[in-house]
Design a protein around this ligand. Sequence first.
Ligand code: NI
Length: 236
Amino acid sequence: MHRRLVISAVVTALCGGTLIGTTAPASAAAVDCRKVKCVALTFDDGPVADTTRLLTLLKDHGVKATFYLVGKNVQRYPATARNASRAGHQIGNHSWDHADLTRLTSAQIRSQLSRTDTAIKQATGIRPTTMRAPYGAHNTAVRQASDRPLVHWSVDTLDWKYRDPARIVRTVRDQTRPGDIVLLHDIHRTTVNAVPDIIKTLKAKGFHFVTVDQLFAPAKLPAEKVTYHNRAAYRP
Ligand code: NI
């Protein structure tokens, strides 16, 4: 297992160097989003079977992202969740079955989140430190029950509505500013198909791809508050 991790790191470094040359950060952890243009790609509602293809694409391009996973899908594809986490992507809680949490009691909301925490912890060894409310729907009860930061988005690709890779790429290219959080769904093949061109387009504009935690580092997100972007990040 250790050897596999080392090999994977070397392959990522080689691919990154070959594909993106001098613009490649030595490692995602070294990126300071106060000094360079950063964007956080987020993928919701998985894992699904096609998430494995997405993980390969991200690895080939040396890109780290954040996954907001649905608990029942983690239960079905625990190895995929584990692979995402081990590849250096951040994992967040997106409820057990994508319920509109604002329609549930506080006890039901806590159950949605704790069951998902348990599934993710079992699969990856890590308890998710952020959550994203399904449909972006939240109220006081949801925020209090979350007991952690809610991370939403500032660029909405509407990829669930327009199953057109070219349109998704255009939306991301035209709307993304430094510090933005981009909403994507790897449950749609058209979205995964768009990922290589999303990455190429944003790299050409000088963006570095970071996880949500890295986007805000060294600051920490406030618990029970909803965050949509980091406008304190570097602005050219
Ligand atoms: Ni969702």
